[in-house]
Write a protein that binds this ligand. Structure first.
Ligand SMILES: [Zn+2]
Length: 305
């Protein structure tokens, strides 16, 4: 996805771009360069970040506007408390992020089945999975790592929807309508919509609960997704075991319509996330959008220096 990265000169000419910092200081490129240095300093001195949250937020916004000006990219960057550090999302209209919903289906299923999960055999296309040849037999962690549709369709079938809605509400999620097809709980279809901020905060809560047995298994699946699964471009950009990630591919919501919209959520660093980045990239799959997410965090000073 290199075309998303452009030089500052072309960034300034983009008509849709929010240019708050540029308007304020007049020299956006040099401001962004300074901000980048401050940002890297903030990574290495967490206390400084805590002391200057406003500065960190301005820096992050400036760096991302400079390095990722493409109008095909939408993003939200949050700190661990849920505060928005940087954002570019045209509206806070609710979105269906494809497989990004799967971890919350897992929690609802776990609560209704005593925390026990099946092994499922994915036959590929005939199991409605995105991988034509199929994933074979998989358990919960591997199903998250590979984002196997067959696995989550089985979890969604027969779920008590009213009970599930109560579980989702604890994460600030409204869930699909009670009469929507169960496949929406597995990220197929577009009947499960939440605002980007709601999705981001639900992921923060999930990761904060990783002492719980089911949540810890989801986090393990997300760690492996970034390492070798659908989100492996994240660790490729940031280093081994750098992040937790999940991908989603959804029907494109733009006009003119593209083949798909790719979503990625990344929590960084993996061991104790300080940042959550949610991205949507128009016209690509979730796995491809992950390359952009990895590059963005790298641009913010993440990864092996
Ligand atoms: Zn599969």
């Amino acid at each position: 996805m290199e075309p998303l990265r452009q030089e500052p000169q072309s960034a300034q000419s983009h008509p849709n771009r929010k240019d708050k910092n540029a308007a304020r200081v007049g020299h956006p490129a040099s401001w962004a360069a300074l901000a980048g240095l401050l940002l890297i300093a903030a990574w290495t001195v967490p206390a400084q970040q805590a002391a200057e949250p406003q500065l960190f937020s301005q820096s992050a916004q400036a760096v991302l506007e400079r390095d990722f000006p493409s109008p095909d990219l939408s993003y939200l960057l949050l700190d661990a408390s849920g505060k928005v550090l940087a954002e570019r999302w045209a509206t806070q209209q609710a979105v269906s992020p494809g497989s990004l919903v799967k971890p919350f289906l897992v929690i609802a299923y776990g609560e209704q089945h005593g925390g026990r999960f099946p092994t499922v055999r994915c036959l590929g296309t005939e199991s409605r999975c995105w991988l034509p040849r199929g994933h074979g037999n998989l358990g919960l962690e591997e199903a998250i790592t590979q984002s196997c549709n067959a696995y989550f369709l089985q979890l969604a079938t027969g779920l008590d929807r009213q009970h599930a809605a109560q579980t989702l509400a604890r994460y600030g999620l409204s869930g699909p309508a009670a009469d929507a097809a169960a496949e929406n709980l597995a990220g197929l279809g577009d009947a499960w919509k939440e605002t980007p901020l709601a999705w981001a905060k639900a992921y923060l809560q999930l990761v904060n609960e990783q002492q719980s047995p089911v949540q810890s298994r989801i986090v393990k699946g997300m760690l492996d997704s970034a390492k070798r699964g659908t989100a492996r471009s994240v660790d490729a950009a940031l280093g081994r075991n750098a992040a937790l990630a999940k991908t989603g591919t959804a029907a494109c919501s733009h006009t003119p319509q593209g083949a798909a919209d790719g979503f990625t959520v990344v929590l960084y660093p993996a061991a104790r996330p300080r940042l959550l980045l949610l991205v949507r990239v128009h016209g690509v799959t979730g796995a491809e959008s992950t390359r952009v997410a990895g590059a963005m965090l790298r641009s913010l000073g993440g990864g092996e220096q």
